[in-house]
Structure formats: structure tokens, C-alpha cells
Design a protein around this ligand. Structure first.
Ligand code: AP5
Length: 218
């Protein structure tokens, strides 16, 4: 099954995806992570990407669709993908449908993580992630402990990384972009009858439980 984990910045998409990767052996396809990998290359493209991402706006659909198609074409992850942070507008959703049908696949579930805006700002400003496994932590809600509690043995040498777009001024722009471009996508997926709402204001474990119950119910 392919699913989309949907929600505003800081809703917990990455956090919950990492649980699904572990418990359901799914493959997480995060456009944010793919773009951040590209930033490390220090190419001309990466300079342009950094400016867009630090402003909280969306990177162009062509760049994103190209990144995604390369991954969907991989038979090893066929029909077992969590789309995290993609699609983010109606053009991307329609391109995704086309790409999936080219490889005889579809979206079976959209998990809509619902969180109030005032909580999102705190979640984003407190976020740090493991440099090795990318697992997110939060200095207010889920403080990182000893590295041996992280996901892999290699995490023992981890650094805790803070994203350059995780600051209060960029957050308000990211939330505005989400409300204008991404939220309207819910109507599109509602019409396909694949949306299930998740109360993502609850604790991380309680959110995971809701998600696992939904998936087991399908
Ligand atoms: P992206 O990396 O996708 O960021 P985002 O959508 O803004 O989402 P986040 O990663 O900030 O949040 P999340 O929901 O994953 O939350 P997390 O689990 O980390 O995109 C970054 C940028 O790249 C975009 O602004 C855009 O420029 C560009 N981009 C990416 N995709 C694109 C696309 N498709 N098209 C165009 N441009 C694109 O959790 C957040 C924090 O909260 C963590 O610290 C976590 O520990 C904590 N937390 C999580 N759940 C809970 C809980 N239940 N209770 C308490 N704390 C919690």
C-alpha cells in the first residue's frame, strides 16, 4: 500500500513516518529530506534551493516531480511508500497520480495529521534531528537521550542538527504556504475517499496508535 502522510509543518509527519518504517517496513519518501541532501552538494541548484526553503515557499514542481519519479521507478519500494511532504499542491498531486499509474500503483490512504498552529510553532522551534538516522527529537516534548537509544548502532556518533528553516519568522511563512497551496489538496483526496483524520495534538505514542489502528483497519 502507498500512503500520504499529510499535515502542516511540524505536525509530526517525519516522526510518525519513522515509526512506520520500523514497524511496517515501509519506505519513507520525504521531499524535504531529498532537497536537504541536494543542499549538501553545494551545487548552483543547491544555492537556489536554500533561498526558497529558508523563505518558506515551495520549490518548483519540475524539480520535485523529477526527484519523485526517480524513486517511484525503483521496484524495491513498489507499493510500499510513505509520501512525506509530497504532494504539496494540486499539480503535484495530479503528477503523482500519473507517475503511480505508469508503474501500476495508486494512493490508498491519506493520513491527515491535525494540529493547532500555536503548537506547531513550539514543535518546530524545539526540533533537532539525528545526523545519522534523521530521527527527529524535540527539546520541549521529546528530548534526545543517550545516543544508544537512537535508531542504529552508527547513531552513537550522531550530531544533533537544527534546520536553518526552523525559526519563528520562516515558520509563519511555511504555515501560510501550507494553508494557501497544500490544505486545498484535502478536498481532492476526500473526493477519492481515501482521507482519514488523525488527532495529532496527542502524544507521539498516542498518535502512532491511531495511525496503526487505521492501517490495520484497511
Ligand atoms: P519539509 O522538510 O517537508 O518540512 P515540513 O512539511 O515543513 O514539515 P516538517 O519536516 O517541518 O514537519 P513534520 O510534520 O515532519 O514534523 P516532525 O515529525 O519533524 O519541507 C521543507 C521545505 O522544503 C519546504 O518549506 C519547501 O520549501 C521544500 N519542499 C519540501 N517538499 C516540497 C514539495 N513537495 N514541493 C515544493 N517544495 C517542497 O515533528 C516536528 C517536531 O515536533 C519534532 O521535534 C518532533 O519531535 C515533535 N513532535 C512530533 N510529533 C509530536 C507529538 N505528537 N507531540 C509532541 N511533539 C511532537
Amino acid at each position: 500500500m502507498n500512503l500520504i502522510i499529510f499535515g502542516p509543518p511540524g505536525a509530526g509527519k517525519g516522526t510518525q513516518s519513522s515509526f512506520l518504517v520500523e514497524s511496517k517496513k515501509m519506505f519513507q519518501l520525504s521531499t524535504g529530506d531529498l532537497l536537504r541532501e541536494e543542499l549538501k552538494s553545494k551545487s548552483k541548484l543547491s544555492e537556489k534551493l536554500k533561498i526558497i526553503m529558508d523563505s518558506g515557499k515551495l520549490v518548483s514542481n519540475d524539480i520535485i516531480n523529477n526527484l519523485i519519479e526517480k524513486k517511484i521507478a525503483n521496484p524495491l519500494i513498489n507499493n510500499n511508500i510513505i509520501f512525506d511532504g509530497f504532494p504539496r499542491n494540486i499539480d503535484q498531486a495530479k503528477s503523482l497520480d500519473k507517475m503511480l499509474s505508469k508503474y501500476q500503483q495508486k494512493i490508498s490512504l491519506v493520513l491527515n495529521l491535525k494540529v493547532d498552529n500555536f503548537i506547531l510553532v513550539k514543535r518546530i522551534s524545539g526540533r533537532v534531528s539525528c545526523s545519522v538516522c534523521k530521527k527527529p527529537f524535540n527539546k520541549f516534548f521529546d528530548p534526545p537521550g543517550d545516543p544508544s537509544e537512537c535508531t542504529t548502532k552508527a547513531c552513537i556518533n550522531r550530531e544533533l542538527i537544527k534546520r536553518s528553516d526552523d525559526n519563528e519568522s520562516t515558520v509563519s511563512s511555511r504555515l501560510k504556504t501550507y494553508e494557501e497551496s497544500t490544505l486545498p489538496l484535502l478536498k481532492y483526496y476526500d473526493s477519492l475517499n481515501v482521507v482519514r483524520n488523525v488527532d495529532a495534538m496527542k502524544s507521539i505514542n498516542q498518535v502512532t496508535k491511531q495511525i496503526i489502528d487505521i492501517i490495520n483497519d484497511i
